[in-house]
Design a protein around this ligand. Structure first.
Ligand SMILES: [Zn+2]
Ligand SMILES: [Zn+2]
Length: 172
């Protein structure tokens, strides 16, 4: 049974994956961290289709930042496309789709590189996607992050299955 999160208007968003002990909050583009995540995705993401970025914040300070993607798909066919994998499945089977290249994990690695292992109480701002996959949530929860902020409307804007998405023109 998938988990749900409430929207202000009483609607529910059905995430492909969502752990019980975690929370998702929605924030507007007025939020400085969300603005920075968008800029960072535009500049550094290697994913041409779904560029996204994560910023980890603790006590008002940025402690980690990362963008998604790798250049694997430029020269190699995606294993998941080959296999017809479903949304959220088989990431581990493709070098280009591997969760280590997701922005959440890349931001956590960024924090680790400067010696921050324990991210207890930190929160993650994710721009450019509408849910977090199971390996990313596991890594976040293991490192102490249980709250993710998404952009308001992400479930439409960044959802391949929603006809009103902005995929392909995220930065217009
Ligand atoms: Zn792939
Ligand atoms: Zn992920």
């Amino acid at each position: 049974m998938p988990n749900h999160e409430g929207l202000p208007n009483g609607q529910k968003i059905e995430y492909p994956y969502m752990p019980d002990e975690a929370t998702i909050e929605y924030t507007s583009m007025n939020n400085l961290f969300m603005q920075m995540a968008r800029e960072y995705a535009q500049r550094y993401s290697l994913d041409k289709v779904m560029p996204n970025s994560s910023i980890i914040v603790r006590d008002g300070a940025i402690v980690g930042i990362g963008a998604n993607g790798s250049d694997y798909h430029e020269n190699n066919e995606c294993e998941r496309v080959k296999r017809g994998s479903k949304t959220g499945e088989d990431y581990e089977l493709c070098e280009g789709c591997h969760p280590k290249n997701h922005s959440e994990q890349s931001a956590i690695n960024d924090a680790r590189e400067v010696g921050i292992q324990n991210l207890e109480g930190a929160e993650l701002y994710l721009w450019g996607h509408w849910w977090c996959c199971e390996p990313c949530w596991n890594t976040m929860l293991d490192s102490g992050i249980s709250k993710v902020h998404l952009l308001e409307g992400s479930e439409v804007l960044f959802n391949r299955e929603d006809p009103n998405n902005v995929i392909g023109r995220q930065f217009e």
